[in-house]
Design a protein around this ligand. Structure first.
Ligand SMILES: *Cc1c(COP(=O)(O)O)cnc(C)c1O
Length: 356
């Protein structure tokens, strides 16, 4: 028998979650965000499950090329645009839509000699202060783009810094966007998952759902389940050893956990080289035989330790759920001071994936 660690991907849940995004933003078209290997879920299988989306959003030309080779004719946006002018002929040939987020990119694209028409998204920095042009420079940048015959449709875009936790901040960014876009009559794309779910005034023409498609909540104060989402990835393993630890003895590297009584512990085939966070401390939730318990001590490269006090019948071979159905990934992430996005995208290539 092979190592028991496996990531199960429920593709029907992906399709369901896209339906939740659509129902939340019924008048908008949706770019399904499948960057970072579809948040760790696999680009090819996720795109197949999300083919009802109106478009896809990726980071790299290679990912977009993969989707084109699989036959998708959807609009595909490149969230960071092009990194070098060398990429432009391929971008044009594959009919990709780069995000133009610096004024020099607009100039380079306008000056390039391309056989095909390229549609673009022009990104405005409205307060996130990461990517995007200053709204003051929108008129001149639009003039640059419109001066080139090979530049086709232009969609205005921005991204929210605090759609998950601060409505006033969303409102301020939205106002800056509307002020800049006023009178231009251009299509717009603003909303990520959090804005789709909580800020309907931001939906505009195209929404960009990411994390919600994978069943995780973008909010600290509301679960995916409460939002009607279904978990997509379940990371499962088994106990490969059981140890009886005497009161006062340490568990694992650095003896980071000291038994406060005699206790039974289990060793799970899953470690940080599989993508489980090493910084998960004692107390991170985990299911053993369907029962909620906690991790103990330091996560090793290939294994981690769990408390079997609550599951006295657990034995070598007992099933373990690290996250997914029965244990929301957000809950595990919160316990180790991070977010579901980081856990999902960190799933290591060595973990076998089974699709259901
Ligand atoms: C990743 C990303 C999204 C999706 O965000 P979620 O919070 O996962 O919904 C949307 N827009 C941009 C620009 C992104 O980079």
């Amino acid at each position: 028998m092979s190592r028991p660690l496996i990531a199960r991907i429920d593709t029907a849940a992906l399709a369901h979650n896209l339906g939740v995004a659509r129902a939340a933003a019924p008048r908008a078209k949706a770019f399904a965000v499948v960057k970072a290997n579809a948040y760790g879920h696999g680009l090819t299988r996720s795109a197949r499950a999300l083919r009802a989306a109106d478009g896809f959003a990726v980071l790299r030309v290679e990912e977009a090329a993969q989707l084109r080779s699989e036959g998708y004719t959807h609009p595909i946006i490149l969230l960071e645009g092009f990194f070098h002018p060398d990429e432009l002929p391929e971008i044009a040939r594959l009919r990709l839509r780069p995000v133009i987020h610096r004024t020099d990119q607009a100039e380079i694209l306008a000056k390039s000699k391309l056989g095909q028409r390229v549609d673009v998204l022009l990104k405005l920095n409205t307060g996130m202060n990461r990517l995007g042009i200053n709204p003051k420079r929108l008129p001149e940048t639009l003039a640059t783009l419109r001066g080139a015959a090979h530049i086709g449709g232009i969609t205005l875009m921005t991204h929210f810094a605090r759609a998950d936790d601060d409505a006033a901040c969303v409102e301020q960014q939205l106002l800056r966007f509307q002020e800049a876009a006023q009178g231009l009559n251009l299509p717009a794309s603003l909303a990520n998952s959090a804005a789709i779910l909580r800020h309907p005034q931001t939906h505009a023409d195209w929404v960009r759902p990411g994390i919600m498609l994978y069943g995780a909540s973008p909010f600290a104060d509301q679960t995916g389940e409460a939002l009607g989402l279904l978990p997509v990835m379940t990371l499962e393993s088994k106990l490969i050893s059981v140890q009886f630890v005497r009161k006062g003895e340490g568990v694992g590297y650095g003896a980071r956990f000291i038994a406060d009584r005699d206790m039974k512990i289990g060793i799970v085939a899953c470690g940080y080289a599989d993508g489980y966070p090493r910084h998960a401390d004692t107390g991170t939730p985990v299911l053993v035989g369907g029962q909620l318990t906690r991790t103990l001590g330091r996560v090793s490269m290939d294994m981690l330790n769990v408390d079997l006090t609550a599951t006295p019948t657990a034995h070598v071979g007992s099933p373990v759920t690290l996250w997914g159905v029965g244990l929301p990934v957000e809950q595990v992430a919160a316990a180790c001071g991070t977010i579901s996005y980081e856990l999902l995208t960190a799933l290591a290539p060595r973990v076998p994936v089974e699709e259901s």
